[in-house]
Design a protein around this ligand. Structure first.
Ligand code: SDX
Length: 394
């Protein structure tokens, strides 16, 4: 489509802002009222009463499971937590300095080598792939953490529930019950969020009818970016850089003066405080009350106050990434694992969208507005001059 054709018709929206790219019944966000619902259930209800696995079931299959369904689902997840030794051996070749999100993307894609059948019209295949990905992603995240420290990975423990087992595989210690519950609530909060960038990647990849492991690997790569899932790691780096409550105001003034984004704030949808940030703040307060307060939390509270004072007129408030890092840090989790943990949770949402896309599929193929040359001449090599103003020259 040429610019002229476009002017006559469709309008280009950078980042597809406000452009519906699918119909979906999985989750709903009201950015003006700060509402998030999974299959119609408010996130506050699920955070208070549900578990991550029950929430994953709700997202993927569209209804809360019965006792029998949940028990069977939890049993299947426990059975599939282990990973093939070949994947472990592959991960042993990854450089210790590699980012855990790159390790996760590579190992998620590698799963597809072992489960290559693509019976996408078979509900049993869909369920099997969903169970394997939900069960094995935490094991792979924990395995890379231990291996990059030169240790053998810890096998999953069937006597521990989903979150307690992950924390055990990660730390080789049994987690405090409060820590395990807080972690499980964090997974609930991060599980799904309508058509965010990584979920959109998942749907585009799913629409080509490739396998679910490629779908998840594609979404992991998208989530890794600092404007998306990578922000929680950068929030902690920012708090460390600020160093004290007294430095907050000058730091924020400087960032705003340089038109630099402040990590953990702002959102394409929310123009009020992200409801997940509110719940995460309360979880952080619980952990600091039990395990000891430090200045990081005080700096965060001051940061939120100053940013709200200076940027709320633009609809910029704390988002899900602002307090999540503080919670994970208090649980003793290294900051470069924050985004892999986001991925462990968001696999539930990606799988729900994968399944929904398959239900009524049409391959994604948007159009563009062409702004380049037309009918250009091919200039022989010997006649070409260096173009200093060429956009590709720099
Ligand atoms: C997640 O989409 C999802 O649902 C994502 C997510 C999920 O659950 O999947 O919620 C998870 O990704 C949360 C967001 C984590 N990222 C960050 O915290 C990075 C910092 N935030 C920004 O990069 C930004 O707010 C985005 C990317 C999140 C949203 O950006 P938009 O909607 O494209 O907004 P924009 O860049 O067009 O900014 C609009 C205005 C600009 O000012 P003006 O040029 O109009 O004067 O708001 C300003 C921006 O400069 N602005 C910020 C800001 N975010 C927007 N200014 C300072 N700090 C910020 N964080």
């Amino acid at each position: 489509m040429t610019v002229a054709e476009a002017k006559a018709g469709l309008e280009f929206k950078p980042g597809l802002e406000g452009v519906p790219a699918t119909l979906s019944s999985i989750s709903h966000v009201d950015g003006k009222k700060g509402i998030l619902e999974y299959r119609g259930i408010p996130i506050e209800e699920l955070a208070a009463k549900s578990t991550f696995l029950e929430t994953a079931y709700l997202l993927i299959w569209g209804q809360l499971p019965t006792t029998e369904e949940l028990t069977a689902f939890e049993h299947e997840i426990r059975y599939h937590r282990r990973i093939k030794y070949r994947i472990r051996d592959m991960m042993k070749c990854f450089p210790e300095s590699g980012h855990p999100m790159d390790a996760l993307q590579a190992s998620a894609a590698a799963l597809g080598l072992f489960y290559s059948r693509r019976a996408l019209d078979d509900p049993a295949y869909i369920r099997g792939a969903a169970v394997r990905l939900l069960a094995k992603i935490p094991t792979m995240v924990a395995a890379f953490q231990l291996m990059r420290k030169g240790n053998d990975p810890v096998q999953p423990r069937d006597d521990l529930d989903y979150s307690a087992n992950f924390l055990h595989m990660l730390t080789e210690q049994e987690a405090d019950p409060l820590a395990a519950r807080v972690f499980d609530i964090c997974l609930i909060l991060h599980a799904e969020h309508t058509l965010n960038a990584s979920t959109f990647s998942a749907r585009v990849t799913a629409s080509t009818l490739t396998d679910p492991y490629a779908v998840v690997a594609s979404a992991v790569g998208t989530l890794a970016g600092p404007l998306h899932g990578g922000a929680n790691e950068e929030v902690l780096e920012m708090i460390e850089e600020i160093g004290s409550v007294g430095n907050v105001r000058s730091y924020i003034d400087n960032r705003i003066a340089r038109k630099a984004k402040i990590m953990g704030f702002g959102h394409r949808e929310y123009k009020v405080k992200d409801p997940r940030a509110t719940i995460l703040q309360h979880l952080a307060e619980q952990l600091f009350a039990k395990f000891g307060r430090d200045e990081f939390y005080d700096i965060a509270v001051e940061l939120e106050k100053v940013v709200e004072e200076k940027l709320s007129h633009k609809g910029i408030y704390a988002n899900v990434d602002f307090y999540s890092g503080l919670v994970y840090r208090k649980l003793g989790i290294p900051s470069d694992l924050f985004t892999p943990i986001f991925a462990i949770s968001r696999v539930a949402g990606w799988l729900a969208h994968w399944k929904e896309q398959l239900g009524e599929n049409r391959i994604y193929r948007p159009t563009q507005i062409y702004t380049g040359n037309r009918n250009a001449a091919y200039i022989p090599l010997e006649e070409r001059q260096f173009q200093a103003d060429s956009p590709d020259a720099n």
